[in-house]
Design a binder for this molecule. Structure first.
Ligand SMILES: *Cc1c(COP(=O)(O)O)cnc(C)c1O
Length: 391
């Protein structure tokens, strides 16, 4: 009796990351999902196969990854892609000429580029608004609006949007709500439970977590939307390789462990930076001084591992700090076990015109940290040394 009860109980997050979609392989008992490195599958008669006919359409290693990710986002379905941008491009194929999309102003630079410099030429129209004030969304909704695209927390200012309120506005106007959940990961935030229709990930970041693979995913609950996206996944072909799926699955197994450490270290780093005389401002949603702190505390289970801060002396001051850091490596990307640092104004956000950057509050002296899971004393020492020698 007790045992039966135990079996019925659904697994917790950390266990699902290790087991869902990852049963021992039937033929050999292999404990790890194999890399099904094959392009095609033998059919016993024309059109008769075991669920797999061609690896763009479906591949068993990808199926395992999709099941695991769906489970972590508490979603009915997941589709994996060759990159976060592959996922984003495929999602926008749901729409057509004349459709209007409302987007967070400080979305990921690649998303902004896709919208502004690619899709606009296909007749999609866009409004970029500060979605941390949800009233701004309401103001730009039209009868042609089909999608509200939210990023929360945003990159690099960690702005927070009330996802429940944004989804409610989208739905009232007959539009869908998509949340790019890359910065939080499903460990800290599950947007579908807050009313979003689609969750997008760059699995390159926290989900894979080891800076060794590029990938993307979309998770969702609604069946007909899933079927359309599944059709588009195969039709457009931005699908991940079996090896990339294997690497992402391997990273995923430790997601819960890693996210707890990322957050613990980020809280310490944010607290340290806040008291430094050479630091003008610290952006971290876990700080009670952060404008989105209350909403973040309400809709997230934690504040994740990205910390941004402004140093005195603008770009010159920021460059000097980066030049002195030793453990934090200067690189784009984020969410891996190793700590990274970057200057948005000259790296990730350089393609956004200076005027636009200024409008969205992005100072040239802003530094973004992806706080890794190294020993916290080493990270603090590294930051302390780099800031101390500031002239
Ligand atoms: C990196 C990133 C993307 C794009 O993902 P790729 O895997 O690099 O294509 C999209 N959104 C956010 C928030 C990201 O950080």
């Amino acid at each position: 009796m007790a045992r039966r009860k135990l079996q019925r109980r659904s697994l917790q997050f950390a266990s699902r990351a290790i087991h869902v979609g990852q049963e021992p392989e039937a033929a050999t008992g292999a404990i790890t999902v194999p890399i099904y490195q094959t392009s095609t599958f033998a059919q016993s008669a024309p059109g008769v196969h075991q669920g797999y006919d061609y690896s763009r359409t479906d591949n068993p290693t990808r199926t395992a990854l999709q099941k695991a990710l769906a489970s972590l986002e508490s979603a009915n379905y997941c589709l994996a892609f060759s990159s976060g941008m592959g996922a984003a491009t495929t999602a926008t194929l749901l729409f057509k000429h004349g459709d209007h999309i409302v987007s967070s102003r400080d979305v990921y630079g690649g998303t902004y580029r896709l919208f502004r410099r690619v899709l606009q030429d296909f007749g999609l129209t866009f409004s970029f608004v500060e979605t941390s004030n949800v009233k701004g969304i309401e103001r730009v909704m039209t009868r042609h609006t089909r999608l509200v695209w939210i990023e929360s927390p945003t990159n690099p200012l960690l702005r927070i949007t009330d996802i429940r309120a944004a989804a409610e506005i989208a739905h009232r106007h007959g539009a869908l709500c998509l949340v790019d959940n890359t910065f939080a990961s499903p460990f800290f935030q599950r947007p579908l439970a807050l009313g979003a229709d689609l969750v997008l990930h760059s699995t390159t970041k926290y989900l894979a977590g080891h800076a060794d693979v590029v990938g993307g995913a979309i998770c969702l609950n609604e069946r007909s939307l899933y079927e359309r996206l599944k059709f588009l996944q195969n039709a457009a072909g931005a699908t991940p390789s079996p090896f990339d799926c294997f690497l992402t699955l391997r990273g995923l197994k430790t997601l819960a462990l890693r996210m707890r450490e990322h957050e613990k270290n980020a809280i310490r780093v944010a607290g340290f930076l806040k008291d430094q005389p050479r630091v003008r401002r610290v952006y971290y949603p876990g700080l009670s001084s952060h404008p989105g702190h209350e909403i973040a505390a309400e809709q997230m289970d934690g504040f994740s591992g990205i910390v941004s801060f402004e140093v005195k002396g603008g770009l010159t001051g920021a460059r000097r700090v980066l030049g002195r850091l030793k453990i934090f490596k200067i690189a784009e990307s984020l969410g891996g076990v190793e700590s990274l640092v970057e200057l948005p104004a000259v790296m990730t956000h350089a393609s956004i015109p200076k005027e636009e950057r200024k409008k969205s509050g992005l100072d040239d002296g802003l530094i973004r940290l992806s706080v890794g899971i190294e020993d916290i004393d080493d990270l603090i020492f590294d930051l302390e040394s780099a800031l101390k020698s500031q002239g």
